[in-house]
Every structure is written in C-alpha cells, then in structure tokens.
Ligand binder design. Structure first.
Ligand code: UT7
Length: 336
C-alpha cells in the first residue's frame, strides 16, 4: 500500500530578533504583559527596510529540507505553499518559490488555511501521494507578518504576537504495509467566525478596493477578537485531537509528542490539561518565534527532530486552529 513519509524537514527565521523590550519602544506594552498572556519572549522579523518575502524565507527552509531528504529541486513533483502573507497579492508565493528553486514547469499550489495550513497541507500531500498522482511533494509554510502589522499602540493586541519564519517538509511515497505515515486526519472550518481574525483590505467586494481613507482607518491591518479565538481554541483543539485519535484507534499514550500550532502558550497548556497529558508531551517554541501562522507547526516539528525529542518509530500529532476559523489534526508515525 502507498504511504506518505516525511523525508526531510527544515526551518528558517530572518536574523533580526525583536525582543519584547524592543516593542516597548514603539508602543504602550510591556515584557510582562506579553510573557504572561502569550509566553512570547522574542520573535524574528525581516529587515526593517523590507525586500524579503515569504518565498525568500520559504526558499531557505526548503533548501535545508531538500538537503536532509537527499533531493535535488528537480525531484520535486509538486510544491504546496501555505501562507497568509504572500510576497504579492497574486500569483501565489508557490510560483515564486518554484522559480527561485530553479524549476521550470513544476506545479505549485498555494493554500490559505492560515494557522491550519500545515494540517490541511499534509492532508492534500498525503491524498495526492496515496492516489499515485505525485511521489515527491515539497510543502512550505512561510510568513512575513512584520511588514503588515500596525506597530503602534493602536495595533498592539495583534502586533506583539506575530513573527516571521518558514518551515518546510519533503513528503515521499513508499510502498509498505507497515502502520507508518499519516494514520488519521480531521479537518474543520467555521466561516461564521471569519471576522474574529481577519485582514479585510484590500477587498474586491469594494470599489475601489483600497483608498487613502481606508488606509487611515487601519483596516488594512489584521484584527482579532483575541478572547473569542482563545475560547474556540481551548474547546476545539482537545475535541479535534480526540476525534483524530478515535479514527486512528489510538490513545493519548500512543502519541509520543503533540505539536500544536504556536499561537499562545496558555492555549497549549490548556490543551495539555484538557487531554491530561504530561507537560513533556506538548512541544512549545513560541518563546523564541512568536506566532508564525502557517510556518509554526513545521518549524516546531523541525526543532523537535533536531533536538532528538522525536524520530524513528515515534507517533506525532500535529494540530492547530486559526483564522477562518479553520482547525484540524493529523497523526503521523515515522518509519523505524
Ligand atoms: O494563531 C491564530 C489564532 N490566534 C490565537 O489563538 C490567539 C488567541 N487569543 C489570545 O491568545 C489572547 O486572547 C491574547 C494574547 C491575544 C490576549 O490575551 P487576553 O488575556 O485575552 O487579553 P485581552 O485581549 O482581554 O486584553 C486585556 C487587556 C486589555 O485592556 P483592558 O481592556 O483590560 O484595560 C487590552 O487593551 O490588555 C490590553 N492589551 C495590552 N496591554 C499591553 C492588549 N494588548 C496589549 C499589549 N500590551 N500588547
């Protein structure tokens, strides 16, 4: 039977580290507020002058993942690029990355599931591979949030949370009957709650889609009803984890590590409590990177592999919730 295995992972953040203390210079906030509410200590942002896009960060992460998989760019049969902060409005960053990788006509698919981009992306890659359509797929989740944030007191509820970064994974089909690869996946969305976390402008339902007036009002910056999203996350993440475990006929003890999206350490600690897990089974790295949306799970995955927390034979659950709302979970077992 055709199964999907992850042949290599990589991550990249731009070198400029921005601490909570740095943010205090630009807005009315404090290191204490940010740490207590979210667990974040610093994040990485692209150079202030700009010029670096999601496809650039994605390229760096992809190079590492390709190297670890032992692939050349020419081995890639499909690129899946997850981002809410594309280099340009269209075409998607997947096309730009394809060109940067020196590829000619390799297909590139952009997906827009925000913080659930990794989980949705894995389900797409796995379905293509198991259906025999493609054998080698590169997934990249990458975000440049910093250039699109309101870095002032007006935007502080959102601006302090987000970081730039990229994570990449190489997915490969293998023929085996062993219980490895993606064992179960659950995806959900609830458009009713779209406005609880959104970037409204430019909007093609308006004519013109962007005006001076709109820019002044700040509607081209992301807005979030933090409490509503928080409440949904602490409810939906345990729910979708249990749904996915049941599909795979597994228990929490069968999972070696839970890698949740890194939106808020308190959300993930709430998840840990609700699932009655030991703290060591839930991975956190939000302290160093903030919320990197589509990049957060693949970056955390890469870091957990590098730190030897997970590897051969282990089972991992990836899960996340974010704008859409979208949420989901997937269980992956490494080959022995
Ligand atoms: O990845 C996508 C999914 N996103 C999430 O999962 C995020 C979910 N939400 C959260 O993580 C939390 O709701 C936040 C971290 C965003 C906020 O934490 P909170 O405990 O819900 O705080 P709050 O929004 O209720 O704000 C509390 C107070 C407010 O002041 P008042 O009204 O109590 O006087 C805010 O104005 O904190 C104020 N505040 C800040 N103060 C200092 C908001 N932002 C800041 C700030 N610095 N950056």
């Amino acid at each position: 039977m055709e199964k999907t295995i992850i042949a290599g992972t990589g991550r990249y953040v731009p070198p400029r580290a921005v601490t909570n203390q740095d943010l205090e210079q630009w807005m009315d906030t404090s290191d204490e507020w940010i740490r207590q509410r979210s667990g974040i200590e610093k994040r990485h942002w692209v150079p202030e002058e700009g010029g670096v896009g999601s496809s650039d960060l994605g390229f760096e992460a992809a190079r590492i993942a390709l190297d670890r998989a032992g692939w050349e760019p020419q081995d890639i049969e499909l690129i899946i690029f997850a981002t809410l902060s594309p280099d340009i409005y269209f075409p998607g960053s997947g096309c730009l990355l394809q060109h940067k990788l020196g590829l000619n006509t390799t297909p590139a698919l952009d997906i827009r599931q925000q913080c659930s981009g990794f989980v949705y992306g894995m389900s797409i890659a796995d379905a293509y591979i198991r259906a025999g359509v493609y054998q080698r797929i590169l997934f990249v989740g990458a975000e440049v949030h910093s250039t699109g944030l309101d870095i002032s007191t007006r935007g502080r509820d959102v601006a302090v949370l987000f970081g730039d970064g990229a994570g990449a994974v190489c997915l490969e089909g293998i023929e085996t009957d062993a219980p490895i690869g993606f064992l179960a996946t659950t995806l959900h969305a609830q458009g009713e709650l779209a406005e609880s976390l959104m970037l409204e402008l430019p909007s093609h339902r308006l004519r013109p889609s962007l005006t001076e007036e709109m820019l002044k009002s700040g509607r081209h910056y992301p807005t979030m009803d933090g409490r509503a999203v928080f409440k949904n996350a602490v409810r939906r993440l345990p729910e979708v984890a249990k749904e996915t475990l049941a599909k795979a006929q597994m228990d929490t003890e069968d999972i070696d590590l839970f890698i949740p999206h890194q939106a808020n350490m308190r959300i993930n600690q709430g998840f840990q409590k609700a699932m009655q897990l030991p703290a060591s089974k839930v991975f956190h790295n939000i302290q160093h990177y903030g919320n990197t949306t589509a990049a957060s799970i693949p970056m955390a995955f890469d870091e957990a592999i590098e730190a030897n927390i997970i590897g051969a034979g282990n089972a991992v659950m990836f899960l996340g919730l974010g704008s859409g709302l979208t949420w989901g979970a997937t269980i992956y077992r490494f080959p022995d």
